[in-house]
Design a protein around this ligand. Structure first.
Ligand SMILES: N[C@@H](CCC(=O)N[C@@H](CS)C(=O)NCC(=O)O)C(=O)O
Length: 276
């Protein structure tokens, strides 16, 4: 007798087949096994429903596994980030404009950027990303996040066309030059399993050349575009790691003065510690 027939008997379905089945010892045993399994399954289901409901109240955001989305959150902006320069651009900006935010740590060393839940937020599987639940807008790419937050708050991005485009060109310079070049230097100098002199040399030369470009731009200005702006916020976390990269700013005094000025800002100090 098949399990299916046993199930029919258990369910008491008065089908023609079920009626004509003799209640042998085997039928009884099969039915008992089935009842036992059903009981275990329903108990499991009840427990998991109960604990899921409870978890909403028992856990804080930091304790919840980062792969569970959407998370119950306190503030309107969710920041998905990690302890890297690109992530810190977003946290510094949120601190500077004074928007409260929930921090969700995406541990890129554990591959959390590749979960389907995170890919739904950033299809490129990189940090940072933000979700603004007030406007229902999700933004990835750190440069876009800076522009979005500047526009949302009316801060750190001039509105007149000339100054606005000066900030945007230096922001693009950071996104297309500073970030990728300094990032590759980090990789080949600090993390690559194999030491490749050609790669280290290439990205170190390019990093030093970019230091020179920034140093010249800062010769007669306190900040990259005169006033403090998202161009500075984008660039700072990458220049600030010069010692980690085994470099010095001694040959670029304007850049050194700029780094020292920016690192005094309370918002920068707080933003650089996110995620803790
Ligand atoms: N252009 C992107 C770059 C983002 C990026 O490369 N993020 C790195 C951390 S700094 C990352 O998420 N890496 C994870 C990976 O490559 O798998 C941006 O500025 O947002």
């Amino acid at each position: 007798m098949s399990c299916l027939t046993g199930n029919l008997l258990f369910a008491g379905i008065p089908t023609a087949q079920a009626k004509h089945i003799k209640l042998t010892k085997t039928t009884v045993v099969i039915n008992l096994i089935f009842i036992n399994q059903l009981f275990r399954y329903t108990t499991m289901l009840a427990i998991s429903h109960w604990s899921f409901g409870k978890s909403k109240y028992l856990f804080t955001n930091d304790q919840l596994p980062t792969t569970h989305y959407p998370l119950p959150t306190k503030y309107m902006i969710d920041l998905y980030t990690f302890t890297t320069p690109n992530g810190r651009k977003a946290s510094i900006m949120l601190e500077e404009v004074g928007l409260p935010y929930n921090v969700h740590k995406i541990d890129i060393t554990k591959g959390e950027q590749f979960t389907p839940e995170y890919i739904a937020i950033n299809p490129n599987s990189k940090i940072p990303a933000i979700v603004d639940r007030e406007s229902n807008i999700t933004v990835f790419e750190s440069g876009a996040i800076l522009i979005y937050l500047a526009e949302k708050t009316g801060k750190l991005l001039p509105t007149d066309q000339k100054n606005r485009f000066q900030v945007l060109e230096w922001l693009m310079f950071q996104m297309g030059g500073v970030g990728p070049m300094f990032g590759q230097l980090n990789h080949f100098k600090k993390f690559a399993p194999e030491k490749i002199d050609y790669a280290i040399d290439r990205y170190e030369k390019e990093t030093l050349r970019i230091y020179g470009v920034l140093d010249k731009q800062l010769a007669d200005k306190e900040f990259i575009c005169g006033d403090y702006s998202i161009a500075d916020i984008a660039t700072y976390p990458w220049v600030a790691v010069y010692e980690f990269q085994g470099l010095t700013l001694d040959n670029h005094p304007n850049l050194k003065r700029w780094v020292e000025t920016i690192q005094q800002r309370p918002a920068v100090q707080t933003g650089m510690k996110v995620p803790s």
